[in-house]
Design a protein around this ligand. Structure first.
Ligand code: CA
Ligand code: CA
Length: 281
């Protein structure tokens, strides 16, 4: 089996939704050929990227509703023998990463409608349909959507887990310097480590200014990083306006895309210290 990467690519674009094609929903299929598999993907308003080489099936892609991410998946005919018609259909999604058998087992226990396996670190999510007694095209379309909905959930869980891990690493956090009025008093006064830090002006002014206190307490496991400004990798970094659209307030630019989330740290910290930004909800 060829490897497909289901990568989360932030497109930063919005596509106009086209209507789904339900015209063949009542049609009973006891086998599937290339044309029908392609129709199933396109009828869901998904884009067929290409046919699967030397097999019956397609590689398709669509944009998730809740985010700008796109999900790549494959539908492959099974039990085709020498015929161009296949008696089964496998829907599969592959996430590359560092997945273990334990994680796959955990997914299997929570999502009965999909089979998860870990192989060389990649996570395979598959759903197999048998067409023995015939299934309607509408039913097959619903099965595809169910499998993809579970895959989206699994993907979201992985992304959330990855974010938690990065905030836990001390070396990933810039604690700044000891330059505030409350340095070395045994309490962290940097608003980033306060759940409702916007309420206190002196904590805003202490972002990056109470390094020793905050680092010591963070290493002891007594602090959580609630507000992560990220780095300065954005195209509009260092132009004196905060372009990170998680924030609101007069210190924010008019940019509406997610392109600068956690990528405009200096501009946003300056505005935040000055009190012209509200932190994300
Ligand atoms: Ca302090
Ligand atoms: Ca900026």
């Amino acid at each position: 089996m060829r490897l497909f990467t289901a990568s989360a690519v932030a497109l930063g674009l919005s596509f106009s939704a086209m209507a789904e094609d339900t015209s063949r929903n009542e049609e009973l299929a006891s086998s599937l050929n290339q044309e029908t598999i392609r129709f199933i993907a396109e009828s869901l308003d998904h884009t067929v990227r290409r046919d699967i080489e030397d097999q019956i099936g397609v590689l398709a892609v669509y944009q998730e509703d809740e985010s700008d991410n796109e999900l790549v998946y494959a539908m492959q005919g099974k039990a085709c023998q020498d015929s161009p018609d296949c008696l089964g259909l496998e829907i599969y999604i592959i996430y590359e990463g560092d997945f273990t058998a334990e994680q796959a087992n955990d997914i299997n226990q929570r999502w009965a409608a999909i089979k998860a396996t870990a192989n060389d670190g990649s996570l395979y999510l598959t759903r197999y349909l048998i067409l023995d007694q015939g299934q309607t095209i509408g039913n097959i379309r619903t099965n595809v959507l169910n499998a993809l909905a579970i895959a989206e959930n699994v993907g979201d869980e992985q992304n959330a887990g990855a974010e938690t891990q990065t905030t836990l690493s001390v070396s990933d956090i810039d604690f700044g310097e000891d330059s505030g009025a409350y340095i070395n008093d045994g309490a962290c006064d940097d608003a980033r480590f306060e759940e409702d830090g916007d309420l206190w002006d002196y904590q805003r002014s202490h972002v990056l200014n109470d390094a020793t206190d905050c680092k010591t307490l963070y290493e002891a496991g007594e602090l959580t990083l609630f507000l992560d400004f990220g780095d300065n990798s954005g195209e509009y970094a260092n132009d004196d306006t905060c372009d990170d659209n998680r924030f609101t307030g007069e210190g924010r630019s008019i940019l509406e895309t997610d392109s600068h989330v956690k990528r405009d740290a200096v501009d946003c910290i300056v505005a935040y210290r000055a009190g012209t930004l509200n932190r994300p909800e």
